[in-house]
Design a protein around this ligand. Structure first.
Ligand code: GAL
Length: 846
């Protein structure tokens, strides 16, 4: 399987696991008749085809676009409706793990025939001394046969739910099926501005009134803020310079891949904010809408990125979808038209493509600048004409030189770092695929996290930097390959457990005093050997002690770190941080004993009784003094009770091939060696005789059918079949038929055209190895000359129940993600491991 996608068995070499089908039944009340109803998919990876009630709706190649289908005319009102979706992840879109299937929300949307179109509003603002002038575009569509007049009512609601402005506009008449754009403006006095520290949000409530009746309502959340990229002074938010302190991120997480519940997204953004991030680059495609909602709510600046740099109709359509969907988010500060298109970024073709894309972006949103991630040496091609230059890596070219040539082009570090680290590991071992978590240059020509930050922090003309990456991700296991399946680039591992670089950045990205020591102090067998001890801190001076003895006080260089060399003896390494000559912080690492008990903890002890809610649980092993053991690798088994389920486990080990999900495995067995012979006796009386049998349906002459047939076939069961649930799903091969398995009757008198669920097979009639199935049925004739009656007897489904959830600790940690089932109650998570005291955690779902 593919290196870039983390060796999941998906792709053209794995046809059996690359195509998936979804089927869901929904009921639509009779009272909905007359509404326009659509299905909105937020993202399906990829090449999806959708049907409703057997009607083909369309196809969407992109795995990242939002798309919708109007299904009003196809529905069964007052009854059941079937949605079917075929998803095909055979082809890749990126060079990182991309998941497979429906991984974002799907919505059923109901509107009046005259309504605001999907993503049909755009609010922008101009801020002056005491007020904000909002410009609002609204796209209306009249899906009736006649021209209609409507009243558009726009209300602005503040965070407290108070309407602070209102305006009514009479449309001049909306023609049938012609989209019409209404432009209006509203002034808000003393607006509260959206900022990264105080992300204030307003809501625009658009109501369409027809003949005095409100028929459609559309809400748009937005923020009032100004942004500006300046070629000399960097990035400005509401007139103040803000240094962009960011990371790039893909959209997968340990245990769940790309299918991330909304509250896990929230947890990830909060995690990034907690160590000083104020910016997030969606590498290398548009994110889920919820991610942007969260960035709006939590105060995180975003580069929203397009996947493919192309100007064909499809390429422009992707850009349009991204911008129309996302342009009301105050968090979004730039549209990125692409990333590192090596074949074109240095050429005149790339330059032309980017010029077209930038112009196209401007036509949809003139309030944000465009950018792209560039890696080709910054000497030619798209770096000449990007509105905001995106430098991918100091090591790729001479940034200063480029700036000299283009002094009026603002710039930022769209990628930097690309360093390798294994969380909690402080030695490099190419056999074990471990990379020491000291901040090292990844390659001789590339730069460490600290070198990168020093460069950007000291250049005010550059707007800031986005490290590659915040979280590790599946795929690109550089500098290794199989059995490593994840990247080593993250400031945090795939679970979001911090590697030490987090503490370097936290010291210089946040004002609050911080102090962190690395490595841990469990080095049995290395007694007397020299160990490099690093301290990350924003204190002015730090003194280090080993077992109470001072190893010297050192001055901290701004944006630097401190190093000591200590000879290992077990005990305590303590750091004391000083500011203005005063002790302000103490931090220590201690040699621990062996693991004695399991500790489960979470920041989410109370969650909503809602399937979008999760609790992210940390698993540790404690020694006899209750200290977490940093080298513990015990295997922990999890059990859960109450209205919650485990949806994934992980531990951040890039080389772990342990399972991330323990779910029932479902597979099917074909009925093989299928034979037939003519049957002259009653089809309901078993007549298994083998004389005269031939291969079933071979050269059947439908003009000379026998009145009935006896069919016989086989299926093979494994040794442990009794642990599984085995179901026969038959398809009628007779107008009337009866089925036996190993001589026992399973289903009698089945009629063609009638609906049956599967037939659960009793273990008592089954055996390991070859089992026999006999089907006796009256003939199934052709209804039409051109028709081929069914010749497929069906198949056997085997469901092997999941084994217990389990995971090994890696460098002392593992993670369990618990999701609410939607019901209220107390969820109890229990963790056991041989020789350790049981750990328990109670989560309330309310
Ligand atoms: C960059 C690229 C990223 C990632 C990274 C790995 O060039 O933009 O997507 O592949 O390299 O080092």
């Amino acid at each position: 399987a593919g290196y870039s996608h983390g060796y999941k068995a998906v792709g053209r070499d794995f046809p059996n696991s690359s195509v998936g089908w979804y089927r869901k039944k929904i009921s639509i009340p009779e009272s909905d008749l007359g509404k326009r109803i659509s299905l909105v998919f937020d993202g399906v990876f990829r090449n999806s085809i959708v049907w409703v009630n057997g009607h083909y709706l369309g196809q969407e190649p992109s795995g990242y676009n939002q798309f919708d289908y109007d299904i009003s005319d196809l529905l069964n009102y007052g009854g059941e409706n079937t949605i079917a979706v075929r998803v095909d992840a055979t082809m890749e879109e990126g060079w990182f793990y991309e998941g497979a299937g429906i991984y974002r929300h799907v919505w059923l949307q109901k509107t009046a025939p005259i309504h605001v179109v999907q993503n049909g509003t755009f609010v922008s603002s101009e801020i002056s001394a005491q007020q904000a002038k909002l410009t609002i575009q609204t796209d209306l569509l009249n899906e009736t046969a006649t021209q209609e007049e409507v009243l558009l009512i726009q209300r602005i609601m503040d965070r407290e739910g108070i309407i602070v402005a209102e305006q009514k506009t009479n449309t001049q008449g909306l023609p049938s099926y012609k989209k019409q754009q209404i432009n209006s403006s509203i002034t808000i006095a003393n607006p509260k501005l959206w900022d990264v520290t105080s992300p204030y949000l307003y809501t625009l409530i658009t109501t369409v009134e027809h003949k005095g009746r409100a028929i459609d309502t559309y809400t748009t959340r937005f923020g009032i803020r100004s942004i500006r990229f300046d070629a000399q002074e960097g990035f400005f938010l509401n007139g103040k310079r803000v240094e962009l302190k960011g990371t790039n991120n893909h959209q997968d997480h340990a245990g769940v891949g790309t299918a991330m519940p909304d509250s896990l997204q929230r947890w990830r953004i909060q995690n990034l904010k907690s160590w000083g991030n104020n910016a997030y680059r969606c590498s290398h495609h548009p994110p889920s809408p919820e991610l942007l909602d969260l960035c709006d709510e939590l105060g995180m600046l975003v580069i929203d990125e397009n996947r493919l740099m192309r100007t064909t109709e499809g390429g422009l359509r992707d850009i349009e979808k991204m911008i129309k969907r996302d342009r009301n988010h105050p968090s979004v500060i730039s549209w990125s038209v692409g990333n590192e298109e090596w074949a074109i970024e240095g050429s005149i073709v790339g330059e032309r493509i980017v010029a077209t894309l930038q112009n196209y972006c401007k036509s949809l949103d003139a309030t944000r600048p465009t950018t792209a991630g560039v890696s080709n040496g910054f000497k030619s091609g798209i770096s000449n004409n990007l509105e905001v230059m995106g430098y991918n890596y100091l090591g790729n070219g001479d940034i200063e030189d480029h700036y000299k040539k283009f002094p009026n082009q603002p710039g930022m570090g769209t990628e930097e770092g690309s360093t390798f680290a294994t969380r909690g590991i402080y030695f490099t071992d190419d056999q074990l695929h471990y990379r020491a978590a000291y901040d090292q240059k990844p390659r001789p020509t590339f730069y460490s996290i600290e070198e990168g930050w020093k460069f950007y922090a000291s250049r005010k003309n550059l707007a800031g930097v986005f490290y590659w990456t915040g979280f590790d991700y599946r795929g690109e296991a550089t500098p290794y390959s199989w059995p490593s399946v994840m990247s080593y680039f993250g400031m945090m591992d795939l679970c979001g457990f911090p590697k030490d670089n987090v503490f370097y950045l936290k010291s210089w990205w946040k004002d609050e005093p911080s102090l962190h020591i690395l490595p841990h102090w469990n080095w049995a067998g290395k007694e007397g050997q020299e160990i490099a001890v690093w301290v990350y801190s924003n204190c002015e001076e730090v003194e280090l002690f080993l077992n109470g003895k001072s190893k010297g006080k050192k001055k901290m260089e701004v944006n630097g770190h401190l190093e000591w060399k200590l000879n290992y003896t077990p005990g305590t390494v303590m750091a004391v941080g000083y500011r203005n000559g005063k002790k302000i912080l103490t931090q220590s690492v201690k040699t621990t004993g062996s693991p004695q008990s399991i500790k489960l903890s979470t920041g989410q002890n109370n969650i909503k009784a809602d399937v979008a809610a999760v609790s992210v649980v940390k698993v540790e092993a404690l020694d006899q003094e209750q200290l977490p053991v940093p080298i513990a690798d015990n295997e922990i088994i999890f059990e859960i009770e109450g209205p919650g389920k485990i949806i994934g486990v992980g531990n951040g080990n890039q080389t772990s091939l342990e399972k991330e999900k323990f779910v029932d495995s479902v597979y099917t067995l074909a009925i093989s060696n299928f034979t037939e012979r003519e049957l002259r006796t009653d089809v309901n009386v078993l007549n298994p005789s083998d004389s005269g049998r031939i291969k079933a349906f071979i050269d059947r002459d439908y003009k000379k059918l026998a009145s009935a047939y006896s069919y016989k076939g086989e299926f093979t069961l494994p040794d442990n079949f009794k642990e599984s649930k085995i179901t026969l799903f038959h398809k009628n091969i007779g107008k009337q038929q009866t089925i036996w398995v190993n001589g026992h009757i399973v289903a009698a008198d089945l009629k063609e055209g009638e609906k049956y669920e599967g037939w659960l097979l009793n273990h008592a009639i089954l055996k390991t190895g070859v089992n026999t199935i006999v089907i006796q049925g009256t003939a199934l004739p052709k209804k039409y000359e051109w028709e081929m009656p069914n010749q497929d007897p069906g198949l056997i489904q085997v469901i092997m129940p999941a084994k217990s959830w389990k995971r090994k600790l890696f460098s002392g940690l593992a993670q369990v993600i618990v999701q609410s089932t939607g019901e209220k109650g107390v969820i109890k998570l229990t963790a056991t491991s041989a020789g350790l005291k049981v750990g328990q955690l109670v989560i309330k779902a309310e």
